[in-house]
Write a new protein. Structure first.
Lengths: 98, 90
């Protein structure tokens, strides 16, 4: 096990811990918006850590570029989705109370 | 090393199943919409770990397509026809 392998394994473990934190937040937080926040932030950091760990192991330029692009796309997708879901939830609440 | 990646992807799939409990239980429609975000990131991470652990490099391209589909699915769901999107005229 070289240093690169150990570092990649450590980053993957940290990423999985962030995913676990996001899932626990999803199940235990009291409100829809807090659950949305937990899911977006924790899961994206976990995906970033896993991408970093895999990019360290895979030393080709195209592999690392593909992993970075996947992470950036996941960030954009989660940002847009979280905003739209929160706005839809706010509009849903307003219609429900009105 | 490869078995470690496979075990990590199995752990992420278990996280996905645990997150689906919220989708079943969530008291509002927006809670069920969280399934799109959950699938979007967790499945991409599991696919990347499977690609590096099992030896199928094509799964990385599948993860790329999947993350784009997650964005489009979320946008499509919150703009459902029937007054959920922009029609808010009072």
């Amino acid at each position: 096990m070289s240093v690169v392998d150990l570092l990649a394994a450590a980053l993957v473990v940290i990423g999985c811990a962030f995913f676990l934190a996001g899932t626990i937040g999803l199940l235990r937080f009291p409100d829809t918006l807090t659950r949305l926040h937990a899911l977006t932030k924790a899961d994206n950091v976990g995906l970033g850590c896993i991408c970093a760990g895999l990019a360290i192991r895979d030393a080709t330029v195209s592999g690392v570029t593909t992993l970075i692009i996947i992470w950036l796309l996941a960030m954009f997708a989660s940002t847009v989705s979280a905003f739209l879901i929160a706005r839809w939830h706010g509009r849903d609440d307003a219609e429900g109370r009105a | 090393m490869e078995t470690f990646f496979l075990a990590a992807s199995l752990f992420l799939l278990l996280n996905l199943v645990a997150g689906l409990v919220r989708v079943y239980q969530g008291p509002g429609a927006a809670d069920r919409m969280l399934a799109v975000l959950l699938f979007g990131t967790t499945t991409v991470a599991a696919l990347l770990l499977l690609a590096h652990g099992g030896g199928h490099p094509a799964l990385i391209k599948v993860a790329l397509v999947f993350v784009m589909l997650a964005a489009i699915a979320a946008i499509a769901f919150v703009r459902l026809p029937g007054g959920r999107g922009e029609e808010h005229g009072e």
